[in-house]
Design a protein around this ligand. Structure first.
Ligand code: 5GP
Ligand code: MG
Length: 179
């Protein structure tokens, strides 16, 4: 596996992200929502660097694969913290096509949030499928498949402290595994 961002670089990037978020909201109360599961590690680091009064929640958005409209996101509303009249910041691992954040921003607006912004660790440099962009981005990366610091390949590698690029021989080694 090739290291794309070291633990130190990630820490510096998240610190920069927290600084931008602090500068935007000041001491205004904020509801911060983690998009599960990829943002888990980022979220834990980020919320400890923010200084305004915080409420935290999580949201699970999964692709619906049962019907003809494959790829549509299903949002589990039961798990959602109350957002009515709140300023909300959605935190996700990576902005790829952008469909996940687009769908969730829309959902939170419908649930009555008074404002919704988004923060991501990574944004891929590729054509995005949606018109929106994250409000806060720590790193722009090339269009490669990355793992670590919360991001997985078939549920592996989320615990890596660095961000790596999976290469062909890594994939070959994994495909020989029974898990
Ligand atoms: P979207 O395409 O909707 O912007 O991103 C959907 C999700 O795809 C992300 O939240 C992330 O879970 C996953 N994803 C996109 N690119 C990568 C990648 O390079 N590595 C990993 N591990 N997941 C990715
Ligand atoms: Mg994700």
């Amino acid at each position: 596996m090739r290291t794309l961002l070291t633990e130190q670089e990630l820490h510096a990037g998240v610190n920069r992200l927290a600084g931008e978020i602090d500068a935007c909201y000041g001491n205004h109360p904020l509801t911060v929502i983690a998009v599960m599961t990829g943002s888990l590690v980022l979220f834990a680091d980020l919320i400890r660097m923010l200084s305004m009064p915080l409420r935290v929640g999580i949201v699970q958005a999964s692709s619906y694969r049962g019907g003809t409209d494959a790829g549509e996101l299903v949002v589990d509303r039961a798990m959602m913290i109350d957002v009515v009249g709140r300023d909300v910041l959605l935190v996700d691992d990576i902005f790829d096509t952008g469909k996940t954040l687009h769908r969730l921003l829309d959902e939170l607006g419908q649930l009555g949030a008074s404002s919704v912004r988004s923060a991501v660790l990574l944004r891929k440099q590729r054509p995005h499928a949606v018109s929106i962009r994250p409000d806060f981005t720590a790193f722009e990366i090339a269009d490669e498949f990355v793992v670590g610091y919360g991001l997985d390949y078939r549920d592996h590698f989320r615990n890596l402290p660095f961000l790596g690029v999976l290469e062909a021989d890594d994939l070959a080694a994994l495909s020989g595994e029974s898990a």
